[in-house]
Design a protein around this ligand. Structure first.
Ligand code: BGC
Length: 352
């Protein structure tokens, strides 16, 4: 690792002394994993749009392995990228490699997930993550008619990966929307598991969510206690939760409200089937477009357009951000959002 850093520095000094050796406009895009549909789409959209704008692109997926992502970024620097776009796995683990990026004058855009604990991150593009959680909470309020109904309704909570800054914001947004009804005793939590650290699923894995849901059902619902709602922060967790409900024998008449995020294809199919109640649609085409604009503005030395300079404090600095708007999708509007806009074809989300 030390050797790689030394070579990067050497190359930078060389390129500065002999500008003719500096490469053309090349952008490095580091994505966390290609095992989740959303990141595949993000990667593909970024690559296609950057190439269309005339940039060369190095795109890498790191299989959710932090060390692999760090070495991919080191390699991108060795290959003379001029801007780095990074969707981190562990937002707090990139300080060292981004210091190197800074040493060789490569600006860094944190993509979708904030990079924390370092000053060497220049911009952040994402969706309004707090709003994502607020939509999920508000959806539950509406679905159970919590304003009017007496309840009490039984709820179980899930949180995303604690090393992902977004996960905390999703959870806070949802809990803030639900809090008045928790306080009023309309929402009851039989397991007593509500604090983020307890309900969080490290790595966002479906299997881990399924295992936790199995435990909750066995411990708190096997006596016939009704489960009314499961707050799930995203679709990968929702898949595990739904699998657990199916294997525990839940049926249409006692099926709980289950939330999600990303509108992944299996989840949209589950929405159509009535197994998941809603998801959040974050159009990855929009996020890619916004990020490509940012790359272009940086490389042209223009003022970089942002729309939030307050909310994304990474522990060292407030990172200037551009936040896109999420929307929620359910069985009533998914066609309009996903098919009519060409995001998916009718066939892709067909229920077999
Ligand atoms: C993203 C979500 C995604 C999750 C798991 C989050 O940072 O914002 O869209 O579901 O990571 O990959």
């Amino acid at each position: 690792m030390k050797k790689a850093l030394f070579v990067i520095l050497l190359l930078a000094v060389f390129a500065a002394a002999f500008p003719v050796f500096a490469a053309g406009e090349k952008v490095g895009v580091a994505m966390p994993t290609n095992s989740l549909q959303r990141w595949n789409q993000d990667g593909q959209n970024m690559k296609a749009q950057l190439e269309k704008a005339g940039y060369e692109v190095i795109l890498e997926y790191a299989n959710n392995d932090v060390a692999a992502q760090i070495s991919q970024i080191e390699n991108m620097l060795l290959n003379d990228v001029q801007v780095l776009v990074v969707a981190s796995i562990d937002g707090g683990a990139l300080g060292e490699v981004l210091r190197t990026a800074n040493d060789v004058g490569v600006p860094v855009i944190a993509y979708d997930r904030l990079i924390t604990g370092t000053e060497y991150v220049d911009y952040y593009t994402s969706f309004d993550n707090y709003r994502v959680g607020a939509f999920q909470g508000e959806y539950i309020v509406k679905a159970l008619d919590l304003e009017n109904a007496e309840g009490p309704f039984n709820i179980e909570y899930f949180g995303g990966s604690p090393d992902d800054n977004n996960a905390h914001l999703f959870y806070q947004g949802a809990i803030d929307a639900l809090q008045p009804y928790i306080d009023a005793g309309k929402l009851v939590n039989p397991s007593g598991q509500i604090d983020f650290e307890t309900v969080a699923i490290l790595g966002w894995g479906s299997d881990d969510a399924q295992a936790r849901m199995d435990n909750l059902i066995n411990s708190y619902y096997s006596d016939g206690t009704k489960l009314d709602v499961v707050l799930s922060p995203n679709d990968s967790l929702a898949i595990g939760i739904v699998n657990s409900l199916i294997s525990a024998g839940f049926k249409e008449d006692n099926w709980p409200v289950v939330t999600g995020q990303d509108c992944d294809i299996p989840n949209v199919i589950n929405i159509v089937k009535g197994l998941q109640s809603m998801s959040i649609f974050k159009d990855t085409r929009t996020l890619a477009e916004r990020t490509v604009t940012m790359v272009a503005q940086i490389l042209a030395g223009e003022e970089v357009e942002v729309n939030n300079t307050e909310d994304y404090d990474n522990g060292v600095k407030v990172v200037p951000s551009f936040l896109c708007d999420p929307v929620f999708a359910d069985k009533d509007n998914y066609k309009e959002l996903l098919v009519d806009t060409g995001y998916y074809t009718e066939d892709q989300i067909k229920v077999e």
